[in-house]
Design a protein around this ligand. Structure first.
Ligand SMILES: NC(=O)c1ccc[n+]([C@@H]2O[C@H](COP(=O)([O-])OP(=O)(O)OC[C@H]3O[C@@H](n4cnc5c(N)ncnc54)[C@H](OP(=O)(O)O)[C@@H]3O)[C@@H](O)[C@H]2O)c1
Length: 308
């Protein structure tokens, strides 16, 4: 696919180009990560927009509104119409941050996010996590009403099981799903992708770089930072990354760029939103748009990580 082509979100008129966006949980996400500085966060957003990225993926939970505020501040210096804003909510501060999908809660969450983002519409609004009680089609119906009012342009759900997604999409109103997916976390391929394709629902993976592991910057001795993997799996991933590095050298690219290029060429994925702590990481990741893998290289990478 030509990377300057735009990607359509679900059945909406939201078009995104390039297919590479930015994840912003390290922009203002002080409650989630230690040592973040708002100045770095602003620089990350500015660098992304200056480099031509249009999709910014944020959430209330990233700094309890701070990430959205920082984006809202930076956007004052840019053309809002050129930016695709995606945000999420569900965590209820009154209930110890337990998810809440009640229609009134979601409507209020959208209003609050609009204020923090200094805008009058949100391009993509996600229910961040499912709660235990609200019928999912009722939650989505509340968002569909906001879509009619023009306050949001696309409806997303995140961290929903297939059964919850089907309930949410009873009336065909879900446009986009965001879930954990990377070359080393591939369960969505079997569990979600067939239904998404059938229903024309777009998919955006989170943790595409497996929290930095797939940039190639970690060694076999770093498994304590990635306990999800058994020691044998971790060794296998590190060995696979050595091969990705050889491939990257052929393209005069970095490991992160080659991994991101694989996602960009994967037709099951709509947009890819690697996160960044520093502007240099954004600059590096944007370079993925210039890497074109041959079909043989694409298959080679696919096979290297098939088992995860
Ligand atoms: N819907 C959900 O429930 C959910 C959950 C999680 C995330 N998300 C979204 O998905 C986005 C992506 O996930 P993520 O940011 O957690 O993980 P990720 O994209 O897999 O990894 C991003 C991290 O890797 C490191 N990194 C990025 N580019 C690099 C480079 N070129 N070289 C070296 N290191 C690099 C940075 O961390 P260090 O510098 O600290 O190593 C960065 O914060 C988030 O930002 C957020 O918007 C959504």
């Amino acid at each position: 696919m030509n990377q300057s082509q735009s990607v359509k979100i679900g059945k909406t008129d939201v078009l995104i180009a390039p297919k590479l966006g930015l994840g912003t949980n390290k922009v203002g996400g002080h409650n989630l990560f230690k040592g973040l500085k708002d100045t770095d966060g602003k620089a990350v957003i500015k660098t992304a927009l200056d480099e031509g990225i249009s999709l910014l993926d944020t959430a209330f939970m990233y700094g309890l509104g701070r990430s959205e505020e920082i984006i809202g501040e930076v956007l004052q210096e840019y053309d809002r119409a050129q930016v695709i804003l995606a945000t999420k909510a569900a965590q209820d501060v009154r209930k110890d941050y337990q998810p809440n999908n009640e229609p009134e809660f979601l409507k209020n969450a959208v209003e609050q996010a609009l204020k923090r983002l200094h805008t009058d519409y949100i391009d993509i609004f996600f229910i961040h996590f499912p709660d235990k009680t609200t019928p999912k089609d009722e939650a989505v119906a509340a968002l569909a009403a906001l879509k009619k009012e023009g306050k949001i342009r696309a409806i997303g759900v995140s961290n929903f099981s297939l059964a919850q997604l089907k309930e949410a999409n009873k009336n065909g109103e879900v446009d986009l799903v965001e879930d954990n997916y990377s070359l080393v976390q591939r369960t969505a391929e079997k569990e979600l992708f067939p239904y998404l394709k059938e229903q024309q629902i777009s998919f955006v993976p989170y943790y595409p770089l497996a929290s930095g592991l797939l940039t190639g910057k970690y060694q076999a001795t770093d498994r304590d930072k990635f306990e999800r993997f058994t020691p044998a799996q971790f060794r296998q991933i590190i060995a696979a990354l050595v091969q990705v590095k050889e491939l990257a050298q052929k393209h005069a690219a970095t490991v992160a760029q080659v991994i991101l290029a694989w996602y960009l060429q994967n037709p099951a994925l709509s947009v890819v939103i690697p996160g960044a702590r520093k502007p240099e990481q954004v600059q590096n990741n944007v370079g993925a748009l210039n890497v074109e893998l041959t079909p043989a290289e694409y298959t080679q990478i696919d096979k290297l990580f098939r088992e995860f």
